[in-house]
Design a protein around this ligand. Structure first.
Ligand SMILES: [Zn+2]
Length: 277
């Protein structure tokens, strides 16, 4: 009986080989798979709306075009920077501008609860940012360099670096008055990059050069939608400065245009199996 069953099994296998339809070609392209699961989720955390976009927006636009998810967290709106408008009025304008610019760069916007010039360098702010990290689940985080002439920038750096650790610890609660839903721990942050900003240059070393030649025009057009960048609010020539900087960094890096990042000193190590040729 067993023998007979085995013979039937063999026969069915052979028949199946003959009747099996030809493998259908999967209509989805490789690009579809890439789009389904973003390669990276990049969370750019700036002290003021506009900080991340002006300093590294061309890199973010490029990554978004490549299928990465890009999220901006603006800890404050930077609403105090317009001498011709009240903070309330200018804050509304900055929020509108941020949503438009971030979208043009291919990103999403999250707005923190803090006031311009009053970003608190405290544990509650760390827990707030840690909760955003848990929610967004970034693989890459970008923020300010540690030294700055603007206290909000230096605070944003310190808060962000500590928040990455807090987000990863299941024992840490990230509930704050601003975070009603607590998300589970997130340990997937692979790197923290510090962006090049004219106010944050003390001790900054341009270490990683990213080619932004392809996204330069999209970036320049997008960021000019911020009135402080494209208009006359500030005496600092934001757009010209950052266009010139991208040109200089491009020349140094061997590209037409580049934006740079620094990393922590302890991360600056090359690991070779033998002496490179
Ligand atoms: Zn700023």
């Amino acid at each position: 009986m067993k023998e007979a069953l085995r013979s039937y099994a063999v026969l069915f296998s052979i028949l199946f080989l003959f009747v099996k339809p030809a493998a259908q070609k999967d209509p989805r392209t490789e690009k579809d798979y890439e789009m389904k699961e973003p390669k990276r989720t990049i969370l750019a955390i700036g002290a003021h709306a506009g900080d991340m976009e002006i300093a590294c927006g061309a890199v973010l636009a490029k990554q978004a075009q490549m299928g990465d998810r890009v999220v901006f967290l603006h800890l404050t709106l930077g609403e105090g920077g317009n001498p011709r408008m009240s903070a309330g009025q200018y804050g509304k304008q900055k929020k509108r501008e941020a949503v438009e610019v971030d979208s043009l760069l291919g990103g999403e916007s999250i707005f923190g609860p803090y006031k311009d010039g009053e970003l608190p360098d405290d544990q509650a702010a760390r827990r707030y940012v840690a909760n955003v990290i848990r929610k967004v689940k970034p693989t890459d985080i970008i923020t300010h360099w540690k030294n700055s002439i603007h206290p909000d920038h230096a605070s944003a750096h310190a808060i962000t670096v500590d928040a990455v650790l807090l987000a990863s610890l299941p024992s840490v609660s990230t509930l704050t008055p601003y975070s009603r839903t607590e998300f589970p721990e997130w340990r997937g942050v692979r790197r923290i990059l510090y962006t090049e900003n004219w106010e944050d240059m003390e001790g900054y070393q341009p270490y990683i050069y990213v080619d932004v030649t392809e996204s330069f025009d999209v970036w320049a057009k997008a960021v000019a939608k911020y009135e402080f960048i494209g208009g006359n609010i500030s005496s600092f020539p934001y757009l010209n400065y950052y266009k010139a900087l991208a040109t200089v960094r491009g020349a140094e890096g061997g590209f037409r245009y580049a934006e740079t990042f620094d990393i922590d000193k302890f991360e600056k190590k090359l690991k070779w199996r033998s002496l490179e040729p």
